[in-house]
Write a protein that binds this ligand. Structure first.
Ligand SMILES: [Zn+2]
Length: 342
């Protein structure tokens, strides 16, 4: 009414109307104070992980697979953008990569009642292991294990060279004594002492191990994350210590570091420490330059634009893609009456 004072002349004194209790769109200043997307998503991922692991009546091999799939390094290839050849996969291969990741039964495994290695799946674990393709990842002697190991070795060697560290691969003759199979044990990659400022070169020994194998499950890989990788690390260091002891007072002219991944792509705990060292070396090599790969004119994608994201994706993709490719081939070769059986 005319002449009556307004009882509420300023109902919204907030200088940023977007910050009202129910904003349509937050203001720029308020966006800048919000937690990052990564931080916001972390809680959602953690809840989903807990839910997947708590699924009732989960067989222990499936639980071990899921637990390993939640660890650092597993599934990083899912972030890759197929704009570079390193990150491209044939559609049929990509489908199998997804099936492996999800622990699904791979097509045509149902026809296989005997593997070329001689195994006739009998126990529930062996049947699942063949259905999901895990049998050919590490257990099967006819499963292209060496090829996959070499693929991973070559990517890691390329990663070292990207930091101007000129590593050798398959270095023989480091151990004076012969191994049980009559060879001088090689280093998969020999890291020069200067790389870390140490007093000895370091022999990197790569391995891929399966958290769902019987021996891993027997040591509770379904309840202790990265147990399979830890077992393999311990085993390899045990071999090295025995070689060191038999070398006597002179000792060995190198130190040893197992680099162990699980078949999900997860890095073992000790391997993660190596990765952290690599991050430090990469940072020192960059010498204060924090430009993206794109800004430096290096090969990159939108999601692989730093040293670590690019190389983590290269390692993860090389492993997962080769695993799927060889699985497709192995399933074909193992079909009854296959002419490709070798
Ligand atoms: Zn086999």
């Amino acid at each position: 009414m005319l002449g009556e004072p307004n009882p509420n002349p300023n109902p919204n004194p907030n200088p940023n109307p977007g910050d009202t209790p129910n904003p349509l769109c937050p203001s720029l200043p308020s966006i800048e104070t919000m937690p990052s997307q990564k931080k916001l998503s972390a809680k959602l991922y953690a809840n989903k992980r807990d839910e997947l692991l708590a699924t009732p009546n989960l067989p222990i091999d499936e639980k071990a697979w899921r637990l390993s799939s939640c660890q650092f390094g597993a599934g990083i290839w899912l972030h890759s953008i197929p704009a570079l050849k390193h990150f491209k996969c044939a559609p049929v291969v990509f489908r199998v990569m997804l099936q492996i990741r999800l622990g699904l039964t791979i097509a045509f495994t149902e026809n296989i009642h005997k593997c070329l290695c001689g195994l006739r799946p009998n126990t529930a674990l062996e049947v699942t292991s063949m259905g999901t393709g895990r049998h050919w990842m590490t257990v099967c002697k006819k499963g292209h294990r060496t090829l996959r190991h070499n693929v991973l070795r070559d990517v890691i060697a390329a990663m070292y060279r990207s930091l101007q560290i000129h590593v050798d691969v398959e270095v023989r003759g480091l151990f004076a004594q012969l191994t049980s199979y009559g060879e001088h044990k090689p280093a998969d990659i020999l890291e020069p002492a200067s790389a870390l400022g140490g007093d000895k070169p370091r022999a990197l020994d790569l391995a891929i191990t399966d958290p769902t194998s019987k021996s891993s499950l027997d040591t509770s890989s379904h309840t202790t994350a990265l147990k399979a990788a830890h077992n393999r690390h311990t085993e390899k260091m045990g071999t090295f210590r025995r070689a060191e002891a038999s070398a006597g007072g002179a000792g060995l002219s190198f130190s040893k570091l197992p680099i162990v991944f699980e078949t999900t792509g997860a890095m073992g705990e000790e391997t993660k420490k190596w990765w952290d060292q690599m991050m430090v070396i990469a940072s020192e090599t960059a010498n204060g330059c924090h430009l993206s790969r794109r800004a430096r004119g290096l090969e990159h994608t939108w999601s692989a634009n730093s040293w670590s994201s690019y190389w983590l994706q290269r390692i993860s993709m090389a492993h997962a893609r080769h695993q799927a490719e060889s699985l497709i081939q192995r399933i074909g070769a193992n079909q009854p009456h296959s002419v490709y059986a070798n």
